[in-house]
Ligand binder design. Structure first.
Ligand SMILES: Cc1ncc(COP(=O)(O)O)c(C=O)c1O
Length: 618
């Protein structure tokens, strides 16, 4: 149950501490650039564990930007490289095999071609067919605007009938197919949202839709596609495998393959969002419209919005936002070459794509102003922010752009009084993910810091440590504490502390440093945040078990200082061999407690604790 002991060499402390005020800005930049390597090393040092090995392999693309920094874009390299040229899937027409790629959709290369196609896009027909809400509102996020000192407008694509923008591109694509093509039926691969868009568009146009999805697709998305009448095939381990399968079936069964992003009609359909943003933005805010933030998966939405906005008002910045673990467009734009990531972090599954689309890439290297990278914790904080504003729970991909605005403005405090737009692109949240989201949200908003400390393996050191780090009289609260006693050896304490101000963290770190307790701030390392908290544990004494160890659960009241009080109540009499606590947000949270209880002392233990602690012997 308790996984494994985690040795963390002290030498790495300062490099890890990306948010620690104890290290200089240049150290922080270095820490960021080294982050992936170090994190990889961290996981390499852990004993074999299948879940960890999956994550370890996932961090294969060593490209990291400090929060809020825009990626560079090489707009010239590899313009004619064959891998960067767009050709329709399965096309063998001779005229399309040249250096310019697809010749059957000539408008895509004409000046103003996308503008015209976006203006003529058929997406609004679907509203006429009874599915309202194609045209979504642009709403001010008032609390966030106050916090950021700029007006933040949310393009509410989460309000679509299928809870994401995807229906725009899908309908525009299907609407330009001939009746003969519609009769053959369409097929697509999707991890969920595109599937719903295609299913809804097909249903509206009376055509058959086959949707290939990896079995890992969230239940809410599978069920939604089923309800829309799409024929579902669960296939492959990943989106990429499902896509390969869908393409094979398209060729074999003569169906029309509908790409999720790499298709000029899909891109133009998504571009209608750009049009609405400019039309709906009130005049007084439009004057100061500084930037539009768009999440990037394959790049279809960003390409469509950028192509439209840059034609109409090139002064408005269009900024793409990607999760750090799915940073394919940032790397591709920097290197001038479409890359395919070895592995990706699927937390924000809507944007967890390995390779950008060729046509999207062509448009973005021309029109985009840069890509920002955001980590999972800041995505979760953005979900919470939008929930506070709207009472809507966005899915992770849907909140990526909001996380991007926050990071952008945090890195540029001089920008004030401007208008920012963020596309909230989807709300197909998997309910099971909510717990992880709430756990990470406070870390992402810097309202909680997660720390790792090393204390000596001697009875009483956990109590001494907690009293030193978060002493009586402070308003700081321990929100998580995980510890496994290791006799006569240094042992790790994983602990989180709730913060009200940034100086709270400084004071904690100064205290532990002054006490000579090696401590590292792992708040900025999402792999560690997600996994390490489940892994502090192991044997309490070398190769043997502690013979008198007993396990208890304790109902720990949720109040400031409760953890310290419990440890002090146990005092010097009882050796705490194990402590697992995480604040749950309930009135009380369970604490799993290990104690050394020598034979004949059980009654004494009961007497010691009876007054204040509710023990349940396991
Ligand atoms: C909710 C959500 N946001 C953003 C995206 C990214 O869109 P694109 O692939 O066009 O970049 C997707 C893609 O499926 C999505 O589902």
């Amino acid at each position: 149950m308790f996984g494994c002991y985690l040795p963390l060499p002290e030498a790495r402390c300062s490099l890890y501490s990306s948010t620690s005020p104890l290290i200089s800005t240049s150290d922080q930049r270095l820490a960021h650039s080294l982050r992936f390597n170090l994190t990889q090393k961290l996981f390499q040092e852990l004993p074999a564990h299948p879940r960890l090995f999956r994550r370890h392999n996932a961090v294969s693309e060593d490209y990291w930007l400090p929060p809020g920094e825009l990626s560079e874009i090489d707009r010239n390299a590899g313009l004619d490289a064959p891998e960067n040229i767009f050709r329709c899937f399965g096309c063998t027409e001779a005229e399309c095999q040249g250096p310019k790629g697809c010749a059957k959709i000539p408008w895509r290369l004409e000046p103003g071609g996308y503008l015209k196609n976006i203006l003529n896009a058929r997406v609004y027909d679907i509203a006429v067919a009874g599915w309202l809400q194609i045209e979504t509102p642009l709403e001010e996020a008032k609390q966030l605007s106050d916090e950021l000192g700029n007006t933040l407008l949310l393009k509410r694509e989460d309000l679509q009938a299928v809870f994401s923008f995807k229906v725009r591109g899908a309908f525009n694509k299907l609407a330009q197919l001939s009746q003969e093509e519609l009769d053959r039926g369409v097929i697509c691969a999707s991890a969920g949202n595109h599937a719903q868009g295609v299913a809804l568009a097909a249903r509206t146009l009376g055509c058959h839709a086959t949707i290939c999805m990896p079995p890992t697709t969230t239940a809410i998305k599978i069920e939604a596609v089923r309800r829309l009448g799409g024929e579902i095939e669960l296939v492959g381990q990943t989106y990429a495998e499902a896509q390969t399968h869908a393409r094979e079936r398209a060729l074999k069964e003569d169906k029309i393959f509908v790409s999720a992003f790499d298709d000029p009609y899909i891109i133009a359909g998504q571009g209608t969002m750009g049009l609405e943003i400019l039309r709906h933005c009130p005049a007084h805010l439009r004057r100061d419209l500084h930037a539009i933030f768009v999440p990037i998966g394959g790049g279809g939405m960003a390409a469509g919005i950028a192509a439209l906005v840059k034609e109409i008002d090139p002064g408005i910045l269009v900024i793409g936002v990607e999760p750090t673990g799915a940073n394919k467009m940032a790397i591709s734009l920097k290197t001038g070459k479409r890359v395919s990531l070895d592995n990706i972090d699927v937390f924000a599954d809507g944007v967890a794509i390995k390779e950008p689309g060729a046509e999207c890439f062509r448009l973005l290297r021309k029109f985009l102003d840069g890509v920002l990278l955001v980590d999972n914790a800041s995505i979760c904080a953005a979900i919470k922010d939008v929930f506070n504003e709207t009472r809507t729970i966005l899915e992770p991909a849907g909140a990526v752009a909001v996380a991007g605005v926050k990071a952008y403005l945090k890195a540029r405090p001089e920008i004030k009084g401007k208008t920012m737009v963020a596309v909230t692109s989807g709300a197909n949240m998997n309910f099971d993910r909510l717990r992880l989201v709430t756990e990470l949200a406070d870390l992402g908003a810097n309202r909680e810091a997660m720390l790792m400390s090393t204390i000596s393996g001697r009875p009483g050191t956990l109590r001494e440590f907690v009293n030193m780090a978060v002493p009586e009289g402070t308003h700081l609260n321990i929100t998580e504490l995980r510890h496994r006693y290791t006799e006569d050896r240094d042992c790790q304490v994983l602990w989180s502390v709730g913060l009200r101000t940034e100086s709270d963290l400084t004071s904690v770190l100064e205290r532990v440093t002054a006490a000579g307790t090696p401590t590292q701030d792992i708040s900025g390392i999402e792999e560690a945040q997600v996994h390490v908290r489940h892994l502090v544990g192991g044997r309490a004494r070398g190769d043997q078990q502690l013979s008198n160890e007993q396990l208890f659960t304790v109902a720990g009241p949720e109040r400031v200082g409760a953890v310290r009080q419990l440890l002090n109540a146990l005092g010097t009499t009882w050796n705490v061999t194990l402590f697992h606590y995480r604040k749950t947000g309930n009135r009380s949270s369970p604490i799993l407690l290990g104690l050394e209880v020598p034979p004949g002392s059980a009654e004494k233990l009961t007497a010691t604790t009876k007054a204040s602690i509710d023990f349940i012997l396991l």
